[in-house]
Each structure stands twice: as C-alpha cells, then as structure tokens.
Ligand binder design. Structure first.
Ligand SMILES: Nc1ncnc2c1ncn2[C@@H]1O[C@H](COP(=O)(O)OP(=O)(O)OP(=O)(O)O)[C@@H](O)[C@H]1O
Ligand SMILES: [Mg+2]
Length: 211
C-alpha cells in the first residue's frame, strides 16, 4: 500500500497546494505518484491540467478529484496502485479533510511565519493528534533576510509543536513552476527552491519511514 501524505491547514493561502504539487513532482521522478484533490477550489487539479498540457517530458502523475461518500474507496484504490498518494485539502476541516487526515501516514501542515498561520496550525495538529496521526509543521515562505523564520521557529519550540528543521523560502520559483504545471525540482532543478524541496522531502521520508 502507498504512503499517504495529507497536506492540511485551516488557514487559507498557507501553501498547501504549492507544497502538495512540489512534493508530488519531486516524488514522481522515482515513484508512482497519485494526487488527490479534495478542495473544491481545484487548484491542484488545475496545476495537473497545466502539466498535462505543457508538452514537457515529465513523469506522469495520476490525479483524482473525489469528494463525499466515494472518497474512501477512491483513496483505497489509489493507494493500491501507487507508491505515494499526496492529498491536498481545503482551508477548513470538513468530513473529507478529516478522512484525509485519518488516512495519512504523515500530515504536513504548512505555516507561513505569522501568528495567524501558527494559530490555525494548532487546530490542524490537534485534529491529527485526535486521529492518532503523525503531523509536522512545514515552515513555508520564510523570507531570506529576516529573523521572522527564527522567531516563528522559536515560538513553535516554545509551544512544543513538531516542525521540520528544513523550511521553504519565499521564492518566485514556486509560483512560476506552478504556472507551468511543474515542481521547482523540474522547472529549476538548480534553484534554491529546488534544493529546499529535495531537503524537505528527505526529512519527510525519514519521518514516514519510521512509522
Ligand atoms: N514558498 C513560497 N514562496 C513564494 N510563494 C509561495 C510559496 N508558497 C506558496 N506561495 C504562494 O502563496 C499563494 C498561496 O499558496 P497556495 O495556493 O499553495 O496556498 P493554499 O494553502 O493551498 O491556499 P488555499 O487555502 O486557498 O487552498 C500562492 O500565490 C502561491 O504561489
Ligand atoms: Mg490550496
């Protein structure tokens, strides 16, 4: 059965879809990857559409967009036929998002360096804990020349929340790769953004493998 990663965070715009797309693209280099978009905004599905239309020679990624009563069966089907399933969820915890969290080997919670994101993350982490799922904060959009990342990291530590030491910077490469239906590891493999994604993925796999 596949490893399932669910990206969840109640705060809108924290970077869920960006993270899901970039992890999927990086993973697809070596594994059979499926994406499950349960957000009615369909941003990840649109990224996948751009990928298919782009004409670039990139590894195929399966996309499923299923919500409601058929979700559990679809997730099981994807998990049987792929190595990894990455689920992108909407900015609120509804029944589908709960199922996605419950099914995950590891829940990834993107947090931009702002108290608003951190407060919202606590709700998602509490939900994961209630479902007995492992969850980690992914610091996202950390500005290069600022102490903001450090101060949020300190705040995370003070609150006893689990976060990856590897963060993603605030980098234009994420938006431009997304617009082409690519991950940064594909669109700009030598970029700082790509280096960050590869490092983050290694850290994620280390936690997932230990589960
Ligand atoms: N590391 C980053 N560097 C620069 N821009 C980023 C980064 N991560 C996300 N963004 C930008 O932030 C915006 C929100 O990102 P994204 O759509 O991934 O968030 P989301 O959590 O999925 O939002 P929603 O809650 O609406 O689903 C997008 O414009 C995206 O390009
Ligand atoms: Mg999104």
């Amino acid at each position: 059965m596949a490893v399932i990663y669910t990206v969840a965070q109640q705060k809108g715009g924290a970077g869920k879809t960006t993270l899901a797309a970039n992890l999927a693209a990086a993973l697809a280099a070596t594994q059979r990857v499926a994406l499950l978009d349960i957000d009615p905004q369909r941003s990840l599905a649109r990224w996948h559409g751009l990928r298919a239309a782009g004409g670039r020679d990139v590894p195929a990624i399966t996309l499923a967009e299923i919500a409601g009563w058929r979700l559990a069966a679809e997730l099981e089907r994807l998990a049987r036929t792929h190595d990894v399933v990455v689920i992108d969820s909407p900015p609120q915890i509804d029944t589908d998002a709960r199922l996605a969290v419950r099914s995950a080997r590891l829940v990834l919670v993107p947090v931009q360096p702002s108290p608003l994101d951190l407060w919202a993350a606590e709700g998602t982490l509490a939900l994961a804990a209630a479902e007995k799922r492992a969850a980690r904060i992914v610091l996202n959009r950390v500005p290069a020349q600022s102490r903001l990342g450090e101060s949020v990291a300190a705040e995370i530590g003070k609150r006893g929340l689990a976060a990856f030491a590897t963060a993603l910077g605030n980098r234009a490469a994420f938006a431009s790769a997304f617009a082409a239906g690519l991950g940064v590891t594909e669109a700009a493999p030598r970029s700082a953004a790509a280096t960050e994604v590869r490092a983050l993925l290694a850290a994620i796999e280390e936690v997932a493998d230990a589960r």
